[in-house]
Design a protein around this ligand. Structure first.
Ligand SMILES: *Cc1c(COP(=O)(O)O)cnc(C)c1O
Length: 407
């Protein structure tokens, strides 16, 4: 085989389908986010980011930055080792206590990212519990799917958010067979929310463990930012809650929270926890400050919801089709990979608006979309410019407008 030719031919196929990924080179402006500089070759232009998962702007929160500066001055740059070999700093210990408290659990365990936490926790539980059956929601995140696959445990996929289908699968199993139901709270591409109480009821009835990914909900929902499970009063019913420190908390890292024995089990058996350098102490300090802040401050969450409602209403008024859902994610449906990329390019080139096109394989073919994530740091002028630009491009691309019920 001619390896280089093979790589090129595969990339050419992606390009032809409109699915080739191009990353925007951004320099976020601390204190002025969502505004950033975008570099294209020698040129630099100012853009407004409308697709960030820094949902609340916590990545520039002064308390977070101060905690990070302070820890950097005290402890230096890196942790210097795996958690087992000299990498457990006091900042890690404090952060894990903060996370256990956030989710009302006995304990928590940190990972280098949300992806790694899902991959490591699911693969460890499913592979180390004898004869474990994993019941996985059809739209679970790639990190969950990869973790389950790696475990080599039997896996059955239930139709997305379909508890009747989940029950059918559970009922067909012996009651004493170990089972793990894996699902998310807020699904990040459609913005819909799992029927969590019903899933917990089924878990009780059929003696299953529950594994909940709250990545797109922590910091954003619940009186202390504990996620949808906190908002619904269900945290105590979930076996394991997984989250990220990289989205609403504005830093980086992932974690699980659960019982002391389960966290200790994963700590002791998960390769993805054991054999990798711990997060830098300054990162742990920043994340802890962010969580602490959002446990008591409600303004960010309230303003976030208000801004989301405002953008939705404006899009509805302009006839731009978007998916109604009970969360903060606004999927604007284009339904064609080439047009989706074209609109995204025009938004950036002509209007200084950055919204990454979401194409296959992140979403199914034919459901290509622009995923808009308003935040408290988007100004009314930012909103005006967004709606105006989308309206302009909708006309130019001859995309149909829709009549949606006013909210
Ligand atoms: C982003 C994401 C993850 C991974 O979290 P990171 O901290 O970004 O690695 C896990 N689950 C879901 C649903 C996600 O969207």
């Amino acid at each position: 085989m001619h390896y280089e030719d093979y790589f090129e031919s595969q990339l050419a196929a992606l390009r032809a389908d409109g699915n080739y990924r191009v990353f925007a080179d951004l320099e976020r402006h601390n204190g002025a986010f969502p505004h950033a500089s975008n570099r294209v070759g020698e040129a630099v232009r100012e853009v407004t980011i409308w697709c960030s998962n820094d949902y609340l702007g916590m990545g520039q929160n002064p308390k977070v930055l101060e905690a990070m500066h302070k820890a950097l001055d005290i402890s230096g740059a890196g942790a210097g080792g795996t958690r087992n070999i000299s990498g457990t700093t006091h900042n890690h210990v404090l952060l894990e206590a903060e996370l256990a408290d956030l989710h009302g659990k006995q304990d928590a365990l940190l990972f280098t990212s949300g992806y790694v936490s899902n991959w490591a926790a699911l693969s460890t539980l499913a592979s180390k519990i004898p004869d474990c059956l994993v019941l996985s929601d059809a739209l679970n995140h790639a990190s969950m799917i990869e973790g389950i696959r790696h475990s080599r445990a039997q896996c059955q996929v239930w139709r997305h958010n379909d508890v009747a289908h989940l029950e059918e699968l559970l009922a067909a199993q012996p009651l004493d067979r170990p089972k793990l139901i894996a699902f998310e709270s807020v699904y990040s591409m459609d913005g819909d929310i799992a029927p969590m109480a019903e899933i917990c009821d089924l878990a009780d009835k059929y003696n299953a463990m529950t594994y909940l990914d709250e990545v797109h909900a922590v910091g954003l929902y619940g009186p202390r930012g504990g996620g949808i499970a906190e908002r619904e009063g269900l945290m105590h019913r979930l076996t394991l809650i997984e989250g990220t420190l990289g989205k609403a908390f504005g830093v980086v890292g992932g974690y699980i929270a659960g019982s002391t024995a389960m966290c200790d089990f994963i700590r002791s058996f998960a390769s993805g926890f054991i054999f990798t350098t711990a997060l830098p102490p300054a990162v742990a300090a920043g994340a802890a400050a962010s969580i602490q802040h959002l446990k008591t401050s409600h303004t960010e969450r309230q303003e976030h919801q208000a801004r989301v409602a405002e953008v939705r209403a404006r899009l509805t008024k302009a006839g731009i089709p978007h998916v109604e859902n009970p969360s903060h994610i606004i999927p604007v449906m284009v339904g064609d990979p080439v047009k989706c990329k074209f609109i995204s390019d025009c938004l950036m080139d002509e209007f200084g608006i950055y919204i990454q096109p979401i194409n296959y394989p992140t979403v199914p073919k034919g459901t290509e979309r622009l995923r808009i994530t308003p935040s408290p740091v988007h100004s009314p002028e930012d909103v005006d410019r967004l709606v105006e630009a989308l309206g302009n491009l909708w006309t130019r691309c001859q995309l149909s407008r829709v009549q949606m019920a006013a909210q």
